[in-house]
Design a protein around this ligand. Structure first.
Ligand code: AMP
Length: 425
């Protein structure tokens, strides 16, 4: 029986890898320009990290974690997001004694056990950024600017940035109480999920898909209406920065985001699509997280962008056209098996000179070797017969123009390396 990949996972095939590599290199260059450095943390962590970090009233922790016991009976979880691991590592290695703010980025697979659908996987990839140690609202602005510039660098169109303030431990509990007061009289109309959210995390009712719940919650108080002075001023400053750098945004008072650790600024970005899988990235400030995870009292802000969603959107917006960079390939054919040793020698020599060279390894006849050369998109073909073996003069055929020219070995290498390369594409 054929074994298939696990449900909710996907393979990135060799013919699509250029898309991923293009995105990865663009993003990496840009974040490094903003002085962020890469952190690589394990893809599994002790489960407690996420219980404490992400929050046990969130859907991610409540329903979506890949948690298992290892052979030493420890509870292990495949990371559902990247922030908790980076913050854990930052604390564990006392990076807070070094330069502040600590500016880090990460890239890699994340794991969430959710119902797979287009743009929603159980293993997916996030590229994220974290800035730890500064409470400056202009840093929020800069982080937002960076995120939008990342999307712009990829050429994404119809970008929509939505921002909100979700308050802090001072004003959020007051808001929560006001919200619960309002919801009390509507409790019976709420769906069962929102009834359980009512006690634990009533703000999450904004995320409910039920029309009745939406109608109810939209008429209730918004967190932005109950911000304390500190949060209110912070939000004003963030918007001031966005205006200074002429970054367009919308305030979405309904946005609460799925993770518990956010304080003050929260944001999300989409690119043209509507609906539940439309977000290509999001993040926010998390001023209590470093302390919550056992570190000093330090602020933090960050975001993560979803690579699968980006690839999907770029495909839809046809942004990969012309992004495939082909290299000059040289195929070396041998007329018969007698010339194989010379073919091997020449391929090996060209490769030592950084030339993309290859030969047949399927015992093909000469004609089939030429067909193969065409199929793999060889730019040049050199055919080795007994004459070439004895004369060491090689005829290079340009497959596009069919032009042929003969060279001794050193000239051949120079030509293929691009020096005086009249054959160059
Ligand atoms: P979050 O960590 O939930 O804020 O998600 C940040 C980004 O990761 C989202 O905007 C999506 O682009 C992406 N993302 C989140 N969950 C998934 C998933 N299950 N499958 C694919 N992408 C996801």
């Amino acid at each position: 029986m054929k074994i298939t990949g696990p449900k909710g996972t996907h393979d990135i095939l060799y013919k699509n890898i250029y898309k991923w590599q293009f995105i990865e290199s663009q993003l990496k260059n840009l974040v490094e320009l903003y002085d962020y450095q890469e952190m690589r943390t394990p893809i599994f962590e002790n489960t407690d990290l996420f219980l404490r970090g992400v929050g046990d009233t969130t859907d991610i922790v409540d329903k979506e974690m890949y948690t298992f016991k290892d052979k030493g009976d420890r509870s292990i979880t495949l990371r559902p997001e990247g922030t908790a691991g980076v913050v854990r590592s930052f604390i564990e290695h006392s990076c807070y004694n070094e330069v502040l703010p600590g500016k880090f980025y990460y890239y890699g697979p994340m794991f969430r056990y959710s119902r797979p659908q287009a743009g929603r996987y159980r293993q997916f990839h996030q590229f994220g950024v974290e800035a730890l140690g500064s409470a400056d609202p202009f840093l929020d602005g800069e982080v937002l600017e960076l995120m939008m510039n990342m999307f712009k660098a990829l050429g994404l169109k119809q970008l929509k940035l939505e921002i909100n303030s979700v308050g802090c431990p001072v004003c959020r509990p007051i808001h929560k109480e006001k919200l619960k007061d309002y919801l009390k009289s509507h409790y019976d109309q709420l769906c069962p999920t929102c009834q359980s959210r009512y006690e634990k995390n009533p703000l999450r009712i904004f995320d409910c898909k039920s029309l009745t719940c939406q109608e109810i919650i939209q008429k209730g108080p918004y967190v932005t209406d109950n911000l304390c002075d500190d949060c209110e001023n912070h939000f004003i400053k963030v918007k001031e920065y966005l205006d200074m750098v002429e970054l367009e945004y919308e305030v979405n008072k309904k946005m609460v985001r799925g993770l518990d650790y956010y304080t003050k600024t929260a944001f999300e970005v989409s690119a043209g699509r509507e609906g539940s899988q439309s977000s290509i990235g999001g993040g926010g400030r998390y001023d209590g997280l470093v302390e919550e995870l056992g570190g000093p009292e330090l602020s933090g802000i960050g975001f993560a962008i979803g690579l699968e969603r980006i690839v999907m959107t770029m495909d839809e917006q046809m942004l990969f056209e012309g992004k495939f960079e082909s290299v000059n390939k040289v195929f070396i054919a041998s007329v018969s098996s007698n010339e194989i040793p010379e073919t091997v020698r020449l391929v090996s020599l060209l490769r030592k000179n950084d030339i993309h060279a290859l030969r047949d390894t399927m015992n093909r006849k000469l004609k089939a070797q030429f067909k193969y050369a065409n199929k793999i998109g060889a730019d040049y073909v050199i055919t080795i017969g007994d004459e070439e073996v004895s004369s060491k003069i090689y005829t290079l055929k340009n497959m596009k123009t069919s032009k042929e020219e003969s060279y001794v070995e050193s000239d051949l290498i120079n030509i293929l390396k691009g020096e005086n390369n009249e054959f160059k594409k």
